[in-house]
Design a protein around this ligand. Structure first.
Ligand code: GLU
Length: 210
């Protein structure tokens, strides 16, 4: 399925790192973004043992909350997403976050990667992909380019990607850090009382480390 995204129709990205449990904050953030319209939702968390847990499903944020019942939701860092499908039907597999087959990287994306097919071919990523989305190609590409430095991998990946994107990325082997980069699609970050971060991002390809 390919659907053209309506101008100004955007789904939601939330990221949190700080002293509090991330999951309730992320879910609250997703609820606040529901007005934008979406078809699925998901969350990725790094738990205190360093495990990267990804939970996602088709439907409403309330469906995700039911799905999360009984799961390992520990961790004070995470990213969450509401998806408005452009590439791939609304289903569980196509929901974000997407993760690399290495298990090291989880990524959420707002926007459209125009050259995802070419990138999958050029970098021989097709066999790794389990969804129909343009977004998963970005996760696989960053993983392919990753040699231990997240910023370097993101710089290289962004140089290859054509289209609009706001990405938030977790690298399991860099716990305590969220990486973000954008082009065209807006993304805003703010500081909160408990010391977390956030930075207003106003320039394309500017990264931040939270
Ligand atoms: N193009 C991506 C997808 O279809 C992201 C859509 C969005 O912005 O939510 O999954």
């Amino acid at each position: 399925m390919t659907r053209t995204k309506k101008q100004n129709n955007m789904c939601g990205i939330v990221g949190y790192v700080g002293r509090r449990d991330a999951c309730p904050i992320l879910i609250k953030g997703l609820h606040r973004l529901e007005y934008r319209g979406y078809d699925s939702a998901g969350v990725a968390l790094v738990n205190p043992d360093g495990r990267l847990n990804v939970f996602k499903c088709k439907g409403k944020v309330s469906d995700l909350e039911h799905f999360l019942d009984g799961k390992d939701l520990g961790g004070n860092i995470g990213i969450a997403h509401t998806r408005w499908a452009t590439h791939g039907v609304p289903n569980d597999a196509n929901a974000h976050p997407h993760y690399s087959d290495s298990g090291n990287i989880a990524l959420i994306h707002n926007g459209i990667i125009e050259n995802y097919h070419d990138l999958a071919t050029k970098y021989d990523l097709t066999d790794e992909l389990i969804s129909e989305t343009d977004t998963e190609v970005a996760a696989a590409l960053i993983n392919k380019l990753y040699e231990g430095d997240p910023k370097e991998a993101l710089r290289k990946a962004v140089a290859e990607i054509e289209g609009s994107f706001a990405f938030c990325v977790l690298f399991k082997d860099h716990p305590g850090e969220i990486y973000a980069v954008r082009n065209v699609s807006p993304m805003v970050a703010t500081y909160c009382n408990d010391g977390l971060s956030l930075i207003h991002i106003s320039e394309p390809t500017r990264h931040l480390r939270i």
